[in-house]
Design a protein around this ligand. Structure first.
Ligand SMILES: Cc1cc2nc3c(=O)[nH]c(=O)nc-3n(C[C@H](O)[C@H](O)[C@H](O)COP(=O)(O)OP(=O)(O)OC[C@H]3O[C@@H](n4cnc5c(N)ncnc54)[C@H](O)[C@@H]3O)c2cc1C
Ligand code: SF4
Length: 245
């Protein structure tokens, strides 16, 4: 793992300025970033710690919808009474993601910014060809073992799948990503690979996700989240058994 400097931001503006410097990356819960740094995919010169920014962990819900701060923990959002009653699919998507320990650390902003779990992407020592990691280096998955890779939304450059749960529910309810004053529909925030799979999100250097908003709707209130997977964690299996599903 490459050495890096650590900088603690004390305001959103300071975080923006620091994040705009070459080689800087924002650090929230660290559950993705530290993993990627350890396997050599992320090589930040500076980690800009935003975990102490005040107010960015706020969750408010009213008749118009929900506003969820970027630093709200996945577990806090999943367990929020009004999110559970007005946006059940959002709460369920978060409950079914990762593990309890990760959900207690991981933030909503970091969740939106997580990277693909393509095994070739996460193993630069053995698979140097990966257009998402190193533009124009090729794709180790195409022509290789591709169980778990995408069949829709692919390109000749990349066939990786999107890894997150929350974004799927947010797209269904027309949610918006707030980058300070700029706002982007969640649907437009996630980019298809096309010829530039290295660009996964419609965010510019120096921009910070400050919140997501979800408009209230009858569909959101009557929603549920169904996750299909090879293997179900003991925790969720036990909870399901306890409520008889
Ligand atoms: C073992 C494991 C299993 C997992 N399983 C699932 C799963 O089933 N479903 C699922 O959805 N997720 C899953 N995840 C991913 C997990 O949800 C993410 O790691 C987590 O949400 C990232 O949040 P974080 O706060 O730790 O982000 P960090 O690791 O701190 O940051 C991640 C990225 O986001 C950037 N970033 C962070 N905050 C901001 C911000 N406010 N503005 C702009 N950029 C920002 C960082 O610079 C970095 O690039 C899993 C992770 C692990 C390790
Ligand atoms: S599928 Fe995408 S992420 Fe995986 S090796 Fe190919 S270019 Fe890289």
């Amino acid at each position: 793992m490459k050495d890096f400097s650590y900088l603690r931001a004390n305001s959103v503006d300071a975080a923006r300025q620091a994040a705009a410097l070459p080689g800087a990356m924002l650090l929230a819960g660290g559950t993705t970033l530290v993993d990627l740094a350890k396997c050599g995919v992320a090589e930040p010169d500076t980690m800009v710690d935003i975990t102490h920014l005040k107010g960015l962990d706020r969750i408010t819900v009213d008749d118009g919808g929900a506003m969820i701060g970027a630093l709200a923990k996945m577990s806090s959002v999943a367990d929020h009474a009004a999110i559970k009653s007005r946006f059940p699919a959002v709460s369920e998507a978060l409950w079914q993601a990762a593990s309890a320990q990760l959900r207690n650390m991981a933030t909503i902003g970091g969740n939106l910014m997580q990277r693909t779990r393509c095994p070739y992407f996460r193993d630069p020592a053995n698979f140097p060809a990966c257009n998402k990691r190193t533009p124009r280096s090729g794709c180790s998955a195409i022509g290789g073992v591709t169980r778990g890779h995408a069949v829709l939304g692919t390109s000749e450059a990349c066939i990786a799948t999107y890894p997150g749960d929350l974004a799927t529910a947010l797209v269904a309810f027309d949610a918006t990503v707030h980058l300070g004053d700029r706002q982007v529909a969640v649907d437009d925030f996630f980019l298809l690979p096309g010829a530039t799979p290295d660009r996964e999100h419609a965010i510019a250097p120096g921009e910070v996700i400050t919140a997501i908003s979800i408009p209230a709707s009858a569909a959101a209130q009557r929603s549920t989240y169904l996750k299909i997977r090879d293997r179900q964690s003991y925790e969720f299996a036990a909870a399901s058994a306890a409520v008889g599903i």
